[in-house]
Design a protein around this ligand. Sequence first.
Ligand code: PEP
Length: 243
Amino acid sequence: MANRIPLIAGNWKMNKTNSEAVELVKRLKVLVKSIKANDCEIVVCPPFTALSDVAKELKGTNIYLGAQNLHFEDSGAFTGEVSAQMLKEIGCKYVIIGHSERRQLFGETNAAVNKKIFAALKQGLKPIVCVGETLSERERDKTKDVIKKQITESLANVDVNKIVLAYEPIWAIGTGKTATPEQAQEVHAFIRSLIKSESTRILYGGSVKPDNIKELMKQKDIDGTLVGGASLDAESFAKIVKY
Ligand code: PEP
């Protein structure tokens, strides 16, 4: 059994002004200070506008900083975009890439996700790469086909030992409907068979809450979670971290 340190990451999406973000981490860092880095890695991913001040607040704590997206070019005429180098310098360790909202609402393709992974790795950032099927794909029994295509194309030529994966069934994101631990484990095991790595961490995401985290984390191939809504409240995120 590979020794994979659990990772719990909070994706704040487009929530929290800078001052609200700082308030949230001030509370969170007190609540989770007893957690050892070897027991669980804790990551928060605030919006870009709050990264700098949150980074200052997190100095010397056991909470790592992550971003929610990046552009694959190093610099240049890309209005509104942010590069890996900018994220690195500000103190990010992780960056979420290919979240389903980016794919669905902003047209992000597997090819773009692949370029973003290489841009992140070049700067020493750890990508958290998201994959997942829609409800209609699941109902048509296409889950494994969709996941296989996303994994194959997004991770082309990528060293899977340098990234974290997140399986996020789209029908479970922000809907209150969690995949059952067995449904999630089945897809996680499938992903592990595709990437052929025992050391790569595979997170589950989709309506993770303090009351369902324990059962999910009992599954053999679930190595942590990507948490949306429940990460916006320090108490509930701390409960998830301390599952
Ligand atoms: C997410 O968007 O990554 C997510 C898992 O959201 P939620 O926990 O709110 O379902």
